[in-house]
Design a binder for this molecule. Structure first.
Ligand code: NAD
Ligand code: WQD
Length: 341
């Protein structure tokens, strides 16, 4: 198949970026992955080739490195950029805010400058539902005011959103999608690529799956007294392959129109921690021991997306259900007990 375009995926060796890279290759795009491998392994790139028989170009580098970006844009004729590179651990961002602002904010600005110099004005940015903060009204749509985030990670995402808004206003050539992800989980159905966190996972699904394979003893459920049907936190979990398809649709949409677009990428449904646990146990046949403990600082009771805008404007909606997400999570974890190592 003739390549339809060449897309740069920053952070393309990581969890979400690797699934986006695979989906782009399968759709006939050429892909250049640019990643410093600070939270990933080049093995994910080899696995992508195993799945689809095509290989992305891979360049190891840091988005804060002006010269490396300049060399990259000189070497490849890139049409558009999907910008996933960044750090994402909320707790770590509280301990080390400068590293987060450096990678997420300075890195994004450096990338945008390099894109403008290379006359590339199409961008999809990995943002987060964290920018909505704690809203009493669910589901949240894109018009919902962004709240003051409670941690440096969230602030870094909101700051980049602000930069993108100003940029789109300042110069009509920019065509930008701000993709607000809810809670991406799951893995490609091959079981060859998936989420491989370093150390003890912060997020619920990787934690549960590591209990299931015996790496961790017990799940701690943070809070059983939230104002939700069963007292545990409710979130909008979205299969990472649905999310990847959303990026393809967003990329196409911004190739047809300029300016700034914001889209929620969620399933539109909220599930509690206990509902998710139940679904995982059914899919894996494993019993997950747990304790209900105190709430985690900074957590909100509930959050799920209104996805009407993405459906109307992109013709996209999440196709996979919670059972699909759990089956794919478990296949990946079972086949790769130590991630890519
Ligand atoms: P990930 O850590 O698996 O992937 C991020 C990738 O970026 C990694 O491969 C890492 O090595 C690379 N990277 C980090 N800093 C870099 C730098 N300075 N230069 C070059 N590469 C760098 O995380 P992920 O879950 O795939 O997240 C991808 C993006 O989506 C992130 O921007 C994250 O903030 C955002 N996001 C993630 C979630 C989630 O729950 N996973 C939710 C909302 C938004
Ligand atoms: C989900 C639910 C927890 C772990 C975080 C970031 C957010 C975004 C996604 C990037 C909550 C509960 C969790 C555990 C538990 N990242 N939980 N025991 O908190 O919605 O969002 O990741 O943008 O910015 O804040 O996701 O997976 O950590 O938690 O009970 O060991 O599971 O309290 O209700 P969260 P999560």
């Amino acid at each position: 198949m003739k390549e339809t375009s060449l897309v740069l995926v920053t952070g393309g060796a990581g969890y979400i970026g690797s699934h986006i890279t695979l989906s782009l290759l399968e759709a006939g795009h050429g892909v250049v992955v640019f990643d410093n491998l600070s939270n990933s392994s080049a093995e994910s790139i080899s696995r992508i080739e195993k799945i689809c028989g095509k290989k992305p170009h891979f360049v190891m580098g840091d988005i804060r490195d002006k010269q490396a970006l300049s060399n990259l844009f000189n070497r490849y004729h890139i049409d558009s950029v999907i910008h996933c590179a960044g750090l994402k651990a909320v707790g770590e961002s509280v301990k080390d805010p400068l590293t987060y602002f450096s990678n997420n904010l300075v890195g994004s600005v450096t990338l945008l400058e390099a894109m403008a110099r290379a006359n590339i004005f199409r961008l999809v940015f990995s943002s987060s539902a964290t920018v909505y903060g704690d809203s009493p009204n669910m589901p949240v749509n894109e018009k919902h005011p962004t709240a003051a985030p409670t941690n440096p990670y969230g602030r870094s995402k909101l700051m980049v959103e602000d930069v993108l808004r100003d940029l789109a206003t300042s110069d009509q050539r920019w065509s930008i999608a701000t993709a607000r992800y809810f809670n991406p989980i799951g893995a490609h159905s091959s079981g060859l690529i998936g989420e491989a966190p370093n150390g003890i996972p912060n997020n619920l699904v990787p934690y549960i799956s590591q209990v299931a394979i015996g790496k961790l003893k017990k799940l701690q459920i943070f809070g059983g007294d939230y104002p939700t049907p069963d007292g545990t936190g409710v979130r909008d979990y979205i299969h990472v392959m649905d999310l990847a398809q959303g990026h393809l649709k967003a990329l196409h949409a911004i190739s047809l129109k300029n300016g700034l677009n914001i889209w929620n990428f969620g399933s539109g449904k909220g599930y509690s921690v206990l509902e998710l646990l139940d679904a995982f146990e059914n899919a894996s046949g494993k019993k997950i021991p747990y304790d209900i403990v105190a709430r985690r600082a900074g957590d909100i009771p509930k959050c799920w997306a209104n996805t009407d805008k993405a459906r109307q404007e992109l013709g996209w909606r999440a196709e996979k259900n919670l059972n699909d997400m759990m089956i794919d999570t478990w296949r990946w974890q079972k086949n790769n007990p130590t991630g890519y190592n």
